[in-house]
Structures are given as C-alpha cells and as structure tokens.
Design a protein around this ligand. Structure first.
Ligand SMILES: [Zn+2]
Length: 118
C-alpha cells in the first residue's frame, strides 16, 4: 500500500521546505548580526523592542530546529532506500499512513512515540 515513490516525493518536498526556511532564517540571522533592520515578512515592530540578543537567540533556536528536521528527513530518505521506511524502529510495526502524512520523518508508531517520550 505504501508506495515508496510517493514517500520519496513527500520527504523531498519536506526537505526543500526546510531548506527554504533555513535560507530565510540565515538571512534573518545575518541581518540581525549586521544590526540592520530589513526584516521583510515577519517584521513585528513593538516600541519596547525585543532586544537584538533575544532575536538572535530566537533565530539560532529556529535554525537548530530546522537543522534537526533536515537530519530526520535525510535519515528518512535513507530508510526509504533500505526499505525500512514506515516501520517502527522500536516495535517493528507498520507506522500508520496518516501519521506518516503528518510526520514524514516519523520513526516510531504512535504507541511507541507516546511510550518513549523524547
Ligand atoms: Zn512501535
């Protein structure tokens, strides 16, 4: 039922989405570091001003998240190659299709991910 062609497409789409996010975060980070104010889309100007340090920390955190997602997705591609994609790494059960739709990089079935809280 799970045809690996569409899984690859899903994961690849997700990867390019994360890469796009990382590029914009990097640009934002550079802008913050440079002290310049040409933030384009998410420019929230409150007069109190979130400090530059705060914005920088936030950008760093978001970048770290994105990088982790990218790692997970890359690992998912490897699992697709191995034929291990969509199989729970803990109990070996097939991961529900809806779960993979929502989380293409999921490595655990819903029961195991509830049990093994990361
Ligand atoms: Zn499981």
């Amino acid at each position: 039922m799970s045809d690996s062609g569409s899984a690859v497409a899903r994961v690849r789409a997700e990867i390019s989405e994360v890469e796009r996010r990382m590029r914009s975060l990097n640009a934002r980070f550079d802008a913050i570091v440079a002290g310049s104010e040409f933030t384009t889309d998410d420019d929230e100007h409150d007069p109190e001003g979130s400090t530059i340090a705060f914005e920088r920390a936030q950008a760093v955190g978001l970048l770290a998240d994105a990088r982790r997602e990218l790692d997970d997705l890359t690992a998912a591609l490897t699992r697709i190659d191995n034929g291990a994609y969509g199989i729970c790494t803990i109990c070996g059960a097939q991961i529900a299709a809806e779960r993979l739709d929502a989380l293409p990089a999921a490595t655990r079935c819903i029961e195991c991910s509830v049990r093994v809280d990361r």
